[in-house]
Ligand binder design. Sequence first.
Ligand code: NAD
Length: 497
Amino acid sequence: MTIEIETTERYGRLEILIDGKWRASSSSKAQTVYDPGTGRAIGEVPFSTREEVDEAIESSQSAFQKWSRMPILDRAKYLFKMKSILEDHFEELSKINTQNHGKTLEESRGELRRTIENVESAISTAYTLSKGETLDQISEGIDEYSVKEPLGVFAIISPFNFPLMVPFWFIPYAIVLGDTVVLKPSEIDPIPTTYLMRLIQDKLGLPQGVINLVHGSKDAVEYLISHKDVKGVTFVGSTPVAKRVYKLAGEHGKRAIVNGGAKNSIVVMPDANIESTISPIVSSFFGNSGQRCLAGSNLIPIGMETHERMLEKFVQASENIKVGYGLDPLTDMGPVISQAAKERIVSYVERGSSEGAKLVRDGREYHTRSKEYQNGFYLGPTIFDQVDQDMSIAREEIFGPVASVLSSIESLDEAIESINENTDFGNMACIFTSSGWIARKFRREVNAGNIGINLGVAQPAANFPFGGRKESFYGVLHAQIDTVDFFTDKKIVISRW
Ligand code: NAD
């Protein structure tokens, strides 16, 4: 079959969305955007100027006055239409996502499905969670009630790994509740996000300024957070940046939901059914080329016997993964996002070897099947055995297709201690077991925001909160459904007539 390879002509220099109109940025600073599967440039992203960010905020601020007064069920009607636009363009958006991010088409479809589920979940809040509470006769002749009021303009900052879904952990909720937003997508793969917003703006007919979009990185983010008219920020990205963003938001008195990096462990108990654990474990470690904040990173078989029973099967299954171009239907795993990411991951492989871990599967020398893709940013699945929990490959976020198998953990208690004490992260942890008692103990004692029992990726549905613990999260309220209380403030009314 022939696969269409993208060229720069189609996307060119990306535009910004200010006050309902797409236009060229006047910025002289820009960055090339790549298709990681071919290594070719497919566009350019300008870094918005301070004046453009100012205009975006001003537009959102002025839109807020009218938008927040519109009846909530009328705002919800826009989301019903938004859902059908996303459904109508499902395949096109999935394909564009694959071309700029590199993930397989199936993975792009999965991401877009969860994006749409967040629109559905936000619609449901208009009918349910947006309501306040009333207590009749709190004192003689006095009633008390609360109303949830929108606050104004919010900055939405997203990472590269889910360019469609992550902005939608926030935007549908913000706008249905009456707020307005300025979105700043990742500068590494801004094409799917920009394309999606173009579809929405052109086909949905949202009032101008409800959603504005600017491009850039550190400067745009910091300026957005410090601007007096921005009421709060949602950020998803790496922990060093997350820490900085949370601090800056605090300094400026802003609300913040700040999701950081991850280092997730998967524990396999001796009583687990090894045959049925392999497939979910392989897709946890190598799905999305290991670039998921919910990807498995440390594999912890309990005891030598479990270790021996698992390792060979895990390595064998990873040999069967077909690495290749994301649009090729035969591909199981696409490239990593960039040459820089590839080099960072390779440096971890070198570090793991020099720290004494045993490299049982080396994905560094991966060659693509077709010449067309030889400049893509490919790596094969990589597995280290005999990893000690103090090694950097067991403690730091690698964010690539590298599995560290810890070989000296003998009990559930040791595994829980390793998860809680040996990494600074607490995004997800999973256990495979046939014992309800063990699963319950794990669920209660592990300090992570998302727990998986007999599955490899514990991803909360849209109508549950999504957040982590320790250095994987800063703030109080989480992404998805929790944002209802983030994007509104409760006003309390006490009345006597
Ligand atoms: P990143 O931190 O490099 O970038 C995230 C966003 O911050 C981008 O929009 C970027 O432009 C901006 N940014 C970059 N440097 C900045 C700075 N100095 N100041 C202010 N803003 C800055 O993250 P990434 O590489 O795009 O994404 C991968 C990371 O995101 C991984 O660490 C992954 O674990 C994490 N992530 C976490 C979750 C979660 O829910 N916890 C979900 C997805 C991804």
